[in-house]
Structures are given as structure tokens and as C-alpha cells.
Design a protein around this ligand. Sequence first.
Ligand SMILES: *Cc1c(COP(=O)(O)O)cnc(C)c1O
Length: 344
Amino acid sequence: MTKLRIDLRSDTKTRPTPGMRAAMAEAEVGDEQADEDPSVNSLCERVAALLGKEAALFLPSGTMCNQIAILVHCRPGDEIIAAEASHILSSESAGAAALAGAQIRPLGADRGIFTAEQVASAIRSRKQNAPVSRLVHIEQTVNRGGGAVWPLATIEQVAKVARDAGLSMHMDGARLLNAVAASGTTAARFGACFDSLWLDLSKGLGCPVGAILAGDKTFIRAARSWKFRLGGAMRQAGILAAAGLYALDHHVERLSDDHDLAHHLAGRLAEIKGIRLPYPVETNLVFLDVAETGKGADALSKALAEQGIGIGVEGKTRLRAVTHLDVDRAGVDEAVDAIARWLV
Ligand SMILES: *Cc1c(COP(=O)(O)O)cnc(C)c1O
């Protein structure tokens, strides 16, 4: 494959900046398994405070955050209520079923944002042969909902229904800070609605590795056992945590630049005949559909790749372009021009 000069496939494609690499090189480190890594400890304290939780746990990936949270909340035979579009359903190798023995009850919802009424009717009555409704899972922002932001009020309504019925609340916050930037609602206010939540360092924050899971002390103690059990405990992980601390200082404010650029990209794409944008753009994800051109997503993506431009394929005629630290306006404009040329 030609090297991609402009990579819009995902916000995971960022490389650590020189400043981040310097912070990593200079990191104070210790044995993370023994709680002796000062950089990991300070990152966890900082993220716990940011999310309004008592404690936090540094993990290798967001997927592990979701899976460990599910393992702590659920027993075999339990049911998780989640949007049909959610990452745990499509992109975690059926981990909820394979590891926790829990099944997911998918809710169809516009852009992945379901309502309190939907949750109320999905909660099962206590019959001996019924799965036990245990957990409500919310993705913020909704990746396969076009980067949609769950409004705080909707989350609060869902949380009330869940808690009244004795269910726990978990947030997949892979792009939580994008939701914060777009909505102006603080991470702690979102966090107050959840028993557990996490944020990813390796998406818009631009770190090479890592995610942080937060909750109360009892939850985090149980999560830590699963971290060991699954082989997620590390050693001098401060090298990675230093990237996270650097990102919290330097890469949070700028997330709105990614959103501005995504709006610019969407505006330009909307002007191209035959391109339809299935979702309004709220954050850094832009979905486009080329069905009306009679051409396919795969072919478009391949043609762009030959010009050094990366774009994600989401379906036969659907693609996803993501703005992030490593793409600028000139790159986005070049990508749009190449798309327009190919479609004529
Ligand atoms: C990327 C992503 C994950 C998984 O995070 P990793 O750090 O890649 O394991 C989970 N949920 C959503 C919504 C994501 O976009």
C-alpha cells in the first residue's frame, strides 16, 4: 500500500508528537503492578478527578475497559442493554458473551441514542427463566451513530429508570472528551450518571496506547483483580502514562479544532453531487454515502489510497472520515478534491 499522507480512517492513526515523545522519554517510572509507578498513579488520580470518581485504573485499551467493567458488573446469564450500533456489540469479538457470559440486548435507536422509555420496556420482569437485566451501556460519543453526543438530560432520564430498577450504568467514553468539547457539559457531570466509565488516550487525545477506567473504590478494586487475571497489569507503564498526562495538558482544548475541521469537511462533501451525509456532524466523525453515484465505498477508498489518502469503509456505499491531530485543513481539502474528481 502507498504510504497514506492524509489518513482520515480513524483518530487512532495519530503518531505521538515530538512534545509527547519528550514527555515519554523523561517519564518517572516504577513497577506499575506494585502500584509503584508515579506517572501511572498521577494519571489515574487526575482522570478520576476529571470524571468525578473515587478511583481509576490504567489499562492497555478501551476494549479492556469495557470488558473488565462488564466482568465486574455482570454474572453469567445477565443481560446488558445497549444500542445496536455499539462497539461492544460489533467490535469486541463478542467479549461480553465469551468472557462474562452476559448477553447484550440491542436497542435500535436513531444515531445510537436510545430513550428512557426504551430502557424501561427492555428491562425484564424477574422470571426464573428470563435473563437478569443488569447493566445499561451508553457510548459517548456514538461511533457508529456519526459521532453523536448523548445529551446530559437524556442520560439522566435513562439513569433514573436504570437505577430505580436496580441496574448499573456504564459509559464507553472512547470519545467522551469530544462530547465534552461539543456540548460544554463537564466530564464529571456525565460521570455522575454512571457507576463506571472510561476514556481512551489513543483516540483524539493522540497517545500511542492506553485507556483509563474509573468508578468507586469497590468497583476499581474488583476491576484491578480482573486486570491481573487478564494479563493487563504492566511494569514501567509510566512511559505510556506520561503520554496521557501530556495529552491532558495539550490535546484536550484542541479537540474543538477537530470538530471545526469535521464541519468544514462535511460542508465541502455536501456540495458534491451524489454524496449524502447520513448523520449531522457533531464531533470529529463524518460519515458519507455514495449510493447515488452508482459507485462503491471499497472502490473509492482504494482509489484514494493510491493517492496517499486514507478513508474508512463502513458498508457497501458508506464511508467514514475522521479528523484528528495529524490532519489539517489543506489535507482535508485535498481529500475532498480527490473524492470529487473520482466521482465525476
Ligand atoms: C475505539 C473504541 C473502543 C475500543 O477502544 P480501543 O482502545 O481501541 O480498544 C471502544 N468503544 C468505542 C466507541 C470506540 O470507538
